[in-house]
Design a protein around this ligand. Structure first.
Ligand code: FAD
Length: 456
């Protein structure tokens, strides 16, 4: 029977190991995207992610059609739906690339078992990470909790495999197989349509990702190392949402960057290494998620459970979300996020630190807001980085290192270019006064942290 390729966090045709295996099997192929909002433990997508997914499926369907293939859309509980589809299609094999969350892995294991029991070939592949989380272990056999030795262990072995080419053509298994109508999924906002800024900022899809990477390597890589912390410079790759949805693979990034690196010397070569190290942080976040599946809800350091969060100040939370705190860099970042679905990494650190350490609001509430508003909202990277900023996480910033957001602005946005872009009224009477005193709240945060220490 034909092959079913179940696409999930790998919405691409190039360097797709599951698809490559299906092509090698030599039978017609059905490409499937399944929207599963009902299986237990699967985190519901945030609003910006839903918008991204909608655009991505349009783009992927067009890419598949250009090769003679077809993307079939279904919605429902994965376990039942895969079984149904295999029957409808008379499929002889199902292929997919792995996911790393616990609920997803358990689901995939159950499906693999029931397919195998039914005599259907079921294979999973490594498509989304350079290093499968369970293959990287300390000398003592335990998972890594610190980034530098983790990345050293990753990069001291053989280099990641080369990317697979996209298939030259696809033969569709069954043109009559029912497919949902994408608009019926209502992934895109309608009333109110808040996605105008997202449309302006982004073109989701596989070819857009390849163009971004090529432009980044041409134009920005040499200065990435020195300018990546300056939000007004826009030298970073902006590849994170494409990596999140697998519209580009880390293998493609690794190998293209590695080739570019060979032509570089000095600071530019260091920049290339630095860029790949950032891709390594994504690997590390997944390594940590794999070993701590409750990353979005549970402090990695149990001592942090004793942190005395004061009662939630909902007005302060709303001011943070809406970029009305009276702290220029925080407000610029939060407005960039709301408008464009992304925020520069340096500013993510500053806004997160401000929420946790100046507003004394639990990091989980910040994580949830980012989850809903980021186009790159990632099950591993988002909670991992929030715990990193909070000081509750792996290889975390020590809690007592509290960013002063005004000093950060002076240092990383010295001419207020970034601030003015998103907070045009800054410096006028229309701009609000700070909602908290930075020094006072910093002292309160440090005092609260003392309780965590004494609880250990
Ligand atoms: P580049 O500088 O071009 O880096 C290349 C790639 O490396 C990125 O696309 C990303 O995949 C990876 N990367 C870089 N930094 C990190 C990091 N600190 N952790 C993990 N991967 C990294 N990144 C997400 O992809 N999804 C998230 O949900 C997310 N939430 C974050 C929340 C907070 C509080 C903070 C401080 C950071 C978060 N990040 C997240 C990490 C980082 O801010 C973004 O990956 C980065 O800003 C994306 O821009 P870029 O693609 O231009 O990055």
């Amino acid at each position: 029977g034909p092959s079913l390729v179940w696409l999930r966090d790998d919405l691409r045709l190039g360097d797709n190991p599951a698809l490559t295996a299906a092509v090698e099997r030599g039978r017609p192929i059905t490409l499937l995207y399944l929207l599963d909002e009902v299986s237990p433990g699967i985190r519901p997508l945030g609003g910006a992610s839903r918008w991204w997914l909608h655009q991505s499926l349009v783009s992927l369907a067009a890419d598949a059609a250009a090769l003679g293939g077809r993307l079939v859309l279904r919605r429902g509980a994965a376990e039942a739906m895969i079984g149904e589809l295999v029957e409808e299609l008379g499929a002889g094999a199902v292929f997919w690339n792995r996911r790393y969350g616990a609920a997803e892995r358990e689901l995939d294991t159950r499906i693999k078992t029931s397919l195998t029991d039914a005599g259907v070939v079921a294979h999973s592949f490594a498509g989304s990470l350079l290093f499968e989380p369970w293959t990287i272990r300390t000398g003592g056999g335990t998972p890594y909790t610190v980034f530098t030795p983790f990345w050293r262990a990753c990069t001291s072995g053989p280099p990641p495999r080369a990317p697979y080419p996209a298939p030259a053509e696809l033969s569709d298994a069954d043109p009559d197989l029912d497919s949902d109508d994408l608009p019926s999924w209502e992934l895109e906002p309608s009333r109110p349509d808040w996605a105008g800024g997202l449309r302006e900022a982004w073109t989701p899809g596989e070819s857009a990702a390849q163009e971004l990477l090529a432009d980044f390597l041409d134009e920005s890589l040499p200065t990435y190392g020195t300018e990546r912390d300056l939000p007004a410079q826009q030298v970073t790759s902006r590849l994170s949402p494409y990596l999140r949805w697998g519209q580009i693979s880390p293998h493609q990034i690794w190998h293209t960057t590695d080739v570019a690196r060979r032509g570089l010397t000095g600071a530019a070569a260091t920049s290339a290494t630095r860029f790949l190290t950032e891709v390594g942080w994504r690997e590390f976040a997944h390594h940590v998620l794999f070993h701590a599946p409750d990353l979005a809800t549970v402090n990695l350091r149990p001592g942090f459970d004793a942190f005395p969060w004061p009662p939630l100040d909902v007005r302060a939370l709303a001011a943070w979300q809406q970029g009305r705190t009276g702290i220029r860099l925080v407000d610029a970042g939060m407005r960039e996020l709301w408008r464009t679905g992304t925020m520069h990494n340096r500013v993510r650190m500053v806004t997160a630190s401000f929420l946790i350490k100046n507003l004394l609001i639990d990091w989980r509430l910040g994580e949830q807001w980012f989850w809903d508003t980021l186009v790159d909202a990632d099950q591993a990277s988002n909670p991992f980085n929030w715990q990193w900023v909070a000081g509750s996480g792996a290889d975390a910033a020590p809690y007592f290192r509290v960013f002063n957001p005004e000093l950060q602005a002076t240092k990383f946005d010295p001419h207020n270019e970034y601030v003015r872009q998103y907070v045009p009224e800054w410096g006028t009477d229309a701009y609000p006064a700070p909602i908290v005193d930075l020094g006072e709240t910093r002292r309160a945060a440090l005092a609260a942290y003392e309780q965590v220490k004494s609880a250990r």
